[in-house]
Design a protein around this ligand. Structure first.
Ligand SMILES: Cc1ncc(COP(=O)(O)O)c(C=O)c1O
Length: 371
């Protein structure tokens, strides 16, 4: 492999295909359709690999709708927490389904959209498997979706489908099935009249040893019971463990602990490490080995670090480190904070070829701030 300049993301096509094969298996068992959640991963240079396996895309804002329509095809689902009239004009001609977040949004846009797309409504099931409160759609006072006590059967005159999203990296199939049962019993009269139902994302069915068959059969039974076409909206499950963020050690400083400063920052290139305080994993590290380092970011934020890790040998200036599992919610959140060099995006094909999906420079930084 030629000596690429860091920082860069390296997406591995074979790892992507391995996840997609599991998605295919789940589809075959369950009869569910799967649409890629572009909020998690929108790196469209990889879409030709993904397209044969999935049914389309879903979105969280108008530009994702357009990207899904232009670059992925299949079914385009449009969802947003809030659509302005201008947003609706933009997404209407591109969307197969438009899902509203509230009854007031449905009312505001119903007449305008009813003949263009199949309409849906997001429901808050008031139950979730979501780890941190920040990412819990059923948290107190949640603005995401309509609670049951605000619904009446009249809504079925205006929508064909519901969308529930209440999981975040849920690896526990039994916990998912409990939520599914809750939805099935709480919303029975609605479900029996809907033509489609999306159960959102956050189901970690590509996690090692995840019981795909059990999930698939539960979804199939649910779909048959309510005569409804089920959709899932996976993001992370499709791209988990498919990309490294590759960085170089720029400096090593000491203040009670040794910190290796690398040419990247969580705040700019791997934001969720910071937001959710979830340490990254370094491929070159060995847990418990002799040489301990904080892997520190090159940003000005005092607490900005990737993780603390141990190595068999002392780290050296110029050495590359691979920050694993860096595909989801990273490239879509890249920003220019501190004027740092933005990571290039490369795609390692199954045959070993490395395709350049994008490289960035000073002109790109400048262009985001004026012209
Ligand atoms: C409505 C909706 N669908 C799908 C997803 C994708 O979730 P994940 O990437 O965890 O599978 C999310 C994530 O926040 C979401 O809010």
């Amino acid at each position: 492999m030629k000596n690429l300049n860091t920082p860069y993301f390296m997406i591995n096509e074979q790892a992507l295909i391995d996840n997609l094969e599991k998605a295919k298996q789940l589809k075959e068992i369950s009869g569910a359709k799967l649409v890629l959640a572009l909020k998690c991963f929108s790196t469209w240079g990889t879409f030709d690999t993904i397209k044969p396996y999935l049914d389309g895309t879903t979105s969280s804002g108008p530009y994702e709708v357009r990207l899904g329509h232009e670059k992925f095809g299949g079914e385009t689902h449009a969802y947003s927490v809030g659509y302005s009239n201008a947003d609706i004009e933009a997404v209407k001609p591109l969307s197969d389904k438009i899902i509203f977040n509230s009854l007031s949004q449905l009312e505001a846009h119903y007449e305008n959209c009813k003949d263009s797309a199949s309409l849906g409504l997001r429901i808050n099931p008031e139950m979730s498997v979501a780890g941190q409160d920040l990412a819990n759609p059923a948290r107190a006072y949640s603005r995401l979706g309509v609670k049951q006590d605000l619904l009446s059967l009249d809504v079925l005159n205006n929508v064909d489908g519901f969308m529930f999203h209440m999981n975040c990296e849920n690896k526990d199939v039994d916990a998912f099935i409990r939520v599914l049962d809750h939805i099935s019993t709480t919303f029975t009269e609605y479900l029996d009249q809907l033509t489609w139902l999306s159960l959102g994302g956050g189901i970690f069915f590509t996690y090692p040893n995840y019981p795909i068959e059990k999930l698939g059969l539960a979804l199939k039974a649910f779909a048959e019971k309510h005569s409804v076409q089920v959709y899932l909206e996976p993001g992370e499950a499709i791209i988990t463990r498919t990309a490294d963020l590759v960085v170089s050690v720029i400096d090593i400083v000491e203040n009670d602990k040794q910190t290796a400063i690398v040419d990247s920052a969580t705040e700019a290139h791997r934001l969720d490490t910071l937001i959710y305080n979830e340490p990254a994993t370094i491929r070159e590290a060995t847990k418990g080995a002799t040489y301990n380092y904080v892997i520190g970011s090159c940003s000005c934020l005092a607490g900005d670090q990737f993780c603390e890790a141990q190595f068999e040998q002392p780290l050296k200036i110029g050495q590359k480190l691979h920050i694993e599992d860096s595909a989801g919610y990273t490239m879509v959140k890249l920003n220019w904070f501190n004027g740092l060099k933005m990571p290039s995006i490369y795609f390692q094909r199954v045959d070993g070829d490395i395709e350049v999906l994008n490289e960035f420079g000073y002109e790109d930084f400048k262009a985001t701030l004026g012209k």
